[in-house]
Design a protein. Structure first.
Length: 106
């Protein structure tokens, strides 16, 4: 699963599935605890929607969420490309972006 790969990649604890209390609501899904975030980010596995409460940055840095989402996009793309038999390479860029190259034919 791509989420587990991302947690491993970023050195985060394993995600936990279940019911989670955020500040103003209780939600169900896959919970990931980001560093220095007061509440976890919870992903609904059916819809892909995320729920979190970082109180406009006071309870968690948006940059850490953005980094997680970028890593998720990379890992999910790699899994799907490999599933279709494609060869994929990853290259980090100086500006923090990540370049993926997919070779369609062998």
């Amino acid at each position: 699963m791509a989420v587990r790969k991302v947690c491993n990649r970023l050195g985060l604890d394993e995600p936990v599935e279940g019911e989670v209390k955020l500040f103003s609501q209780t939600v169900c899904g896959l919970a990931i605890q980001l560093p220095k975030w007061r509440y976890p980010i919870v992903f609904d596995l059916k819809t892909g929607e995320s729920k979190f409460d970082n109180y406009q940055g006071y309870w968690g840095n948006q940059k850490e969420l953005d980094q997680f989402l970028q890593a998720y996009a990379v890992e999910k793309t790699k899994l799907e490309a490999r599933r279709k038999g494609y060869f994929i390479t990853e290259r980090p860029l100086r500006d923090g972006n990540i370049q993926l190259s997919i070779q369609l034919g062998a």
